[in-house]
Ligand binder design. Sequence first.
Ligand SMILES: Nc1ncnc2c1ncn2[C@@H]1O[C@H](COP(=O)(O)OP(=O)(O)OP(=O)(O)O)[C@@H](O)[C@H]1O
Ligand SMILES: [Mg+2]
Length: 467
Amino acid sequence: MTSRRPETAPLACAPSLTNQELAFSAVNAAFGSLGRICMALDADFRIRYASDLLVPLLGAEAASQVRGLSIESLLGSELFGLEGPLRQALLAGEKREGWRAMFSVKDGPARLMSVSVAPLVPDRLGVCDPSATYLVVLRPADESTMEASGPIAGFGLIARSPAMARVFRMIDVLQHSESTVLVTGESGTGKEVIARIIHAHSPRKAGPFLAVNAAALPGELLESELFGHVRGAFTGAVRDRAGRFEAAEDGTLFLDEVGDVPLHLQVKLLRVLQEHTFERVGDSQTRRTNARIIAATNRNLRRLVADGRFREDLYYRLRVFPIELPPLRSRREDIEPMARLLLSRVGSRTGRALRLSPEAVRLLLSYEWPGNVRELENALEFAATVCQGQTLQPEDLPPEIAPATSAAMAEEAPDGRARTLPPPAAVDDVELRAALEQNRWNRLATARALGVSRSTLWRRMRSAGIG
Ligand SMILES: Nc1ncnc2c1ncn2[C@@H]1O[C@H](COP(=O)(O)OP(=O)(O)OP(=O)(O)O)[C@@H](O)[C@H]1O
Ligand SMILES: [Mg+2]
């Protein structure tokens, strides 16, 4: 929507400004005196007016170019992307208060801001610009607001739980630091995601990010992978080779599954952490590395220390800056915002605007998520594939998440326990086609008629080469 109304003559007191600009300036001054930064957006979510208080945050040059910029580029797609919750709320004519977002500042650390948004109501006197459609009010989020209940977004993440708000705070703090970080959490909680974000927002962001998985390599290979080797150091070492510590110079080395590093290598690792020195395997020359270390594990390192399987000194040296990612089931308030964000990503890959039905949300909230965010991501990808329309329904979800709709997948066995149906290949094509015909190829009706879930029907159709 653009302004069709001619702008009224400027007031005499500020001849270079239009009345609409003066009106915004007055609103701005009022919000500014409360320490709030105010922006007005047009109907396309582009910034139409912005407070001068952006200058100290963005710098004079960037602040002067803010007009016309999409709010998404300033406050992130997690909130303002096409399916972003704040964009959706505004489109529905609703306001939202106390959300938090990382405010991207070019060439500087991102700043955590508290964000409130509201649709602008038309003013009675008609002095305001009618194309100013939405109001966005920002203020710096300080420590005291970190534990507030509003969702928080940034770095490609979104969360609502206090535990994840703390993680955001840590990522924020680490933007200025090169400390060693230890990320712990169950499989699929996002340890590698967090490690990559920390690197991407660190003073070393221009340097490499290299990952080594200690669980994937046997001891000798792991040693050579980390520290390199010289020719002849062992059978097959036909030439000198630099290790990951050398390759990660000026960057970050991500030591994944660090709990699996064998004891004899733990000593060497400790030395690198303390003295930044090491030798290639088979070499006597001492080398230096400045690689920053981010380690991760899904094992309980404290218990490994107690069992004598992990060095205590190394444990403390690694957890200079510990970040614990709780399992998804213990931060259920993150499930819904995360699911919506992940779904919008799945949708944008395939050019679809996908939504979740309230019943599907309820199922997602009541599931235990043993595979954590990875499982949530996969479940949504599955559902998006099964779903024919725009709105994901319970029957589109994988059977383990939607037990009610998948109950039909399991037949009662004589002993009373559930027995799963034979694999899709064993299904009679003729019966499948007949049921589809009878139900005019309506998949939901066909699934009901056959007593199977929609996802099962879909799988059977696929294996029968139908549809
Ligand atoms: N907060 C998050 N937001 C969006 N996606 C996430 C988030 N956390 C994890 N994921 C997704 O979940 C998957 C698993 O994440 P990641 O590999 O970082 O987990 P992990 O803790 O390292 O797991 P593992 O212990 O099995 O290695 C990835 O595909 C990632 O994109
Ligand atoms: Mg991992």
